[in-house]
Design a protein around this ligand. Structure first.
Ligand SMILES: *[C@@H]1O[C@H](CO)[C@@H](O)[C@H](O)[C@H]1NC(C)=O
Ligand SMILES: *[C@@H]1O[C@H](CO)[C@@H](O)[C@H](O)[C@H]1NC(C)=O
Length: 948
């Protein structure tokens, strides 16, 4: 969270209140303006962006040498020459397991090593190779086969085409936009004269060869004129020294046959990405953007350079592994058919084959691209998960409801809020404290006047199974008496400015330093700060929230650290910028896990993120606004995060800035109740809006929404468990479930949770109805409240008064729920289940349930239950597929609801262990709903219920 800080030297016009904070103004929320776009660089302010964007499609000046080819069992490498500069590169193509390729291009004789995230940090391990067979050369084309896929490498001009089952699916450098800025010595000014002198000196040193090299370099300078911003760049009052000169890389990647591409968060934009012809490219650069604007490609807090391309036939993914600032241009086109003309099925029929062309460029690093060929969306999820890992099963409390505000002022305030939730019968699991709870923004401390008894406060909420989250940001107040800072400084753990001194920037506490989380020993040091003895006043039910970890620096360019600051390993921030925030939350999670010797699962929320973040933190979409448009965009933003593996994500319910009216708050709760991470939050200057403060009518609706969330926790929990294994999105765009249904490709206001629930949150002011798209030819959908049915493959305008959340269960699914309202999810651990069996037109349904102790890692040793349910031929079967040795539960089955049953059964019986018992039931012949009461069996048992 942040308010708006503006350097005193900047001219500011506003109509709000100000607070002078040590030379800075803290501008209140009453200010009328939104994002200050001119705080942030556009492509025009970024030298390398301009240079790459200015390239015209055409013949690539890069050529691979077939004779240099080195074949290995799972990879092939070749020399590549950039012909204008004579600079050499190495191209390597790797065959990887599970329909995946990796393509790397590196400079051969680089003057300086380029940054690559260490294996284990983004990639969970060295990806497993798979045999790549050389299939011979034809003209200037080399072909390599792997399974049913093949790579065709054209040596000159260099391009790479990837085919899957004979369909062209991805094409690299077919437009010839490859540009790899090689490392070079800094030319003396003016270049021409001094270059000669330098040559003389070098020649005198003797080596003939060296002179040749220098001559080559001289040619380069001619061929590729130096531009002024290659060695230094200025933005506003900040100058970026670029001691290593231009180091950017970029290439075009095309998707023949594709009109829809998704992913590359974080942007406040639609789910399907737009062409960038008339805008800047989509920008990936972790930034703290105050009051961000919607529907534009500006960078936000996090970055995952993973794009999915989808059509009716296939889904593919491209993962651009690079931690530097990255931009992606997107354009739509008609496929370059001449290239694929040897493919009969491609040429016949359609004349106009659509194609999406993308152009990726980063400020530094190497070209390292993973191509995941699906063929389905869930295959791409799995393929990407094999590279970067998945979201581990969250503890149950963390997928329940969270109550946050900047700030709950003191421990009495916390107690009052806690009591009010109980008084108004609204469940919640976690209460949050923002920066004001600390002693002067010194994290790991408490304001002693406001929280004299934090341990007792934590114990009090824990008696109801509740937890607390406190904020711990990475900026450390420069104060000799602040132990955490003094230690970090004395041990040399802080990031450095370009001249080698500790970097000094402004953030919430004023002058601050930032630990260099890129270093393992710094992360270990940080992790220890969460132990009970170091974090005095904490308790085991306290968890943590990392904000401002882009990192946000109020007085630095683009509100983040200068690009030329130095990390301890010698890297400049420009090389590692997008990965810093992930290391912060990773170290935090490690600290929380260490407290219990890795026995209990923990919870960390982060604002900044990168590829791999899913392994250690949940993500929220940052400082949104209490406006209808921000409610609406929360759905595509969270879906985009889910597509790139960050399944545990959400948006501030109610909106962070501004005062939403009661209707908007209510609608936002309804939406949040069906998004993966469900937390209300509000800015310091907003009116109090805890749900019980609203008028009765709204309290009632919000209570129902939050309770609905709790009734579906078993379903969410099971989805998170399966997603840990297969990496699948939990909150899914419709096309993920209906990949052949073109009408779904552009939809981002309806979505699925898992495969069974369709959700269409109402996001329009005053709306009393909503258009719902029901996907799937031949499918039937049931309103989860009224059981009204809707046929698939149609849009229907449904009634949606304020009390209504349009949620539908797909026919053919079985959803486990817990229907007894409690104060927190912990108090529901032993509660009985209700199974909702929604029949498809064939009168069948399937479902599953995962249960464990809801909080520890014992499930990883098998201590859990996994039960499969199936309904067929009028019989519902429970099959315990897994019951870990020693794992038992008190949970039992209290009710079965069968929806879509056309006739009332005469009799319902339960068969278990050779015994038969008759069950009581009711049947509603207008809604076709059968309710079977009290089967009474333990949930971890096999049984059959028969309808006669
Ligand atoms: C803890 O709960 C007790 C009993 O309600 C109350 O008297 C006390 O003030 C609470 N302590 C804190 C720190 O909230
Ligand atoms: C329950 O059914 C599963 C699958 O049909 C079987 O493997 C398991 O042994 C059964 N468990 C019991 C307790 O009968």
């Amino acid at each position: 969270m942040r308010s708006r800080m503006v350097a005193a030297s900047d001219t500011v016009f506003f109509s709000g209140h100000t607070m002078k904070v040590a030379g800075f103004f803290l501008l209140g929320l009453a200010s009328v303006f939104s994002v200050q776009r001119d705080n942030f660089r556009t492509c025009d302010n970024v030298g390398f962006c301009k240079r790459h964007r200015a390239l015209e499609p055409g013949t690539s000046s890069y050529a691979a040498s077939a004779s240099s080819m080195k074949l290995n069992p799972t990879s092939v490498s070749l020399d590549v020459l950039e012909k204008k500069s004579d600079v050499k590169f190495t191209l390597t193509i790797f065959g990887l397991k599970d329909n995946t390729f990796r393509i790397r291009l590196e400079e051969k004789d680089a003057m300086r090593k380029r940054y690559e995230p260490p294996v284990g940090d983004v990639l969970i391990k060295v990806p497993e190779g798979e045999e790549l067979k050389y299939n011979g050369q034809s003209g200037n084309q080399l072909t390599f086969n792997k399974g049913t896929s093949r790579v065709v490498l054209t040596t000159e001009p260099l391009r790479i085409d990837v085919y899957s089952d004979d369909d062209p699916v991805i094409s690299i450098n077919s437009q010839g936009l490859l540009k790899f800025e090689h490392t070079r010595p800094k030319p003396e000014a003016p270049p021409a004269e001094n270059q000669d002198e330098e040559n003389k000196e070098e020649a005198q040193e003797g080596e003939e060869e060296q002179q040749k090299e220098e001559e080559v370099k001289e040619e380069e300078v001619k061929a590729e004129p130096e531009e002024p911003d290659m060695w230094e760049e200025t933005f506003k009052s900040h100058t970026d020294s670029k001691p290593f000169g231009p180091t950017s890389i970029g290439v075009d990647i095309s998707f023949p046959g594709v009109e829809h591409v998704y992913g590359i968060p974080e942007h406040a934009d639609s789910l399907a990405l737009k062409t960038t012809k008339t805008t800047d490219p989509y920008r990936l650069y972790n930034l703290d953007v105050f009051e961000y604007d919607l529907y534009n490609p500006m960078a936000l807090y996090g970055a995952v350079p993973l794009m999915l391309a989808h059509n009716e036939k296939r889904t593919v993914g491209v993962f651009w592994l690079n931690a530097a600032e990255t931009w992606v241009d997107i354009s739509s086109n008609v496929a370059d058919k001449s290239i694929f003309s040897n493919l009969a099925d491609f040429v016949t029929g359609n004349n106009e084959i659509p194609q999406t062309d993308t152009h990726w460029f980063s400020e530094s690093g190497v070209i390292d691209v993973f191509l995941m060929l699906g063929p389905g969306p869930k295959d791409v999820f799995r393929q990407y998960a094999a590279l970067t890992g998945t979201t581990p099963l969250p503890p149950l409390f963390s997928i329940s409801y969270h109550q946050c505000r900047w700030n709950y002022n003191d421990q009495d305030d916390v107690r009052t809020v806690d009591e009010n939730f109980d008084k108004f019968d609204i469940p919640y699991d976690v209460i949050w404290l923002d920066i004001e709870h600390t002693d002067g923004k010194r994290y790991f401390t408490w304001d002693a006047a406001k929280f004299p008894n934090s341990i007792e406060m934590l114990r009090n909420i824990s008696s109801k199974g509740r937890k607390m989250v406190t904020i711990v940001d990475p900026h450390l107040k420069r104060d000799d008496n602040y132990k955490v800072f003094a230690e970090a400084r004395d041990k040399g753990l802080l990031i450095k400015n370009k001249d080698g001194g500790d970097f000094d920037g402004w953030c919430w506490p004023g002058s601050s330093g930032w630990p260099d989380f890129l270093e393992k020993h710094v992360r270990d040091w940080w992790a220890d700060k969460f132990s009970a003895s170091e974090y005095v006043g904490s308790a085991p039910n306290l968890y943590v929230w990392n904000d401002m970890n882009e990192p946000s620096v109020f007085n630095a360019p683009e509100i983040t650290v200068n690009r030329d600051i130095k990390h301890l390993g010698g890297w400049e921030n420009r090389e590692v910028h997008n990965i810093y925030g992930m290391y912060v939350h990773e170290a935090t999670m490690d600290g929380l896990l260490k407290r219990t010797n890795y026995q209990e699962r923990a919870f960390v929320l982060t604002r900044a993120f990168f590829a791999g973040t899913q392994r250690t933190a949940a993500v929220w979409t940052g400082d949104n606004m209490g406006e209808w448009s921000h409610l609406k965009i929360s759905n595509p933003m969270i879906m985009s995060l889910n597509l790139v593996g960050i399944t545990f994500s959400g948006a501030d319910v109610g909106g962070f800035f501004r005062n939403p009216d009661n209707e908007l708050v209510t609608r936002w709760y309804q939406a949040g109740a069906f998004q993966p991470f469900f937390r209300a939050h509000a800015h310091l200057d907003t009116k109090r809006r805890e749900p019980y403060l609203l008028p009765d009518e709204n309290v009632k609706v919000i209570r129902e929404a939050i309770r609905a969330r709790y009734t579906y926790l078993p379903y969410w929990y099971t989805e998170f468990f399966t997603s840990e294994k297969d990496g699948a999105a939990v909150m899914r765009p419709l096309w993920v479930e209906f990949p052949k249904e073109k009408a779904t490709f552009g939809i981002d206001d309806n979505y699925m949770i898992g495969s069974a629930l369709l959700v269409r949150p109402v996001t329009d002011q005053g709306a009393t109805n909503a258009n719902v798209y029901f996907p799937g030819a031949g499918e039937v959908w049931y309103d989860v409240e009224t059981y009204q049915t809707y046929k698939g493959q149609q849009e229907v305008n449904v009634q949606a008064p304020l009390s209504k959340i349009p949620v539908y269960q797909k026919g053919g699914t079985i959803i486990p729920r817990k229907m007894r309202p409690r104060r927190s999810s912990t108090l529901m651990f032993d509660d009985p289940f209700t199974l909702v069996v929604a029949l498809d037109p064939k009168q069948e349904a399937n479902g599953q349930l995962f249960i464990d102790d809801y909080r520890t890692f014992k499930y990883r040793d098998g201590a859990y239950g996994f039960i499969k349910y199936s309904f067929t031929s009028h019989k519902l079967h429970s099959n315990v597929e897994h019951q870990g040795s020693g794992f038992t539960t008190k949970e039992w089955l209290e009710r079965v609801i069968v929806v879509g049953l056309p006739h009332e059964p005469r009799k319902v019986t339960l068969h278990q262990s050779g015994q038969t018992k008759e069950l009581i039931f009711t049947y509603d012949s207008t809604t076709h709903v059968l309710i079977i009461r009290k089967p009474g069996v333990n949930i971890l048992q096999n049984w059959t219920i028969s309808l006669h």
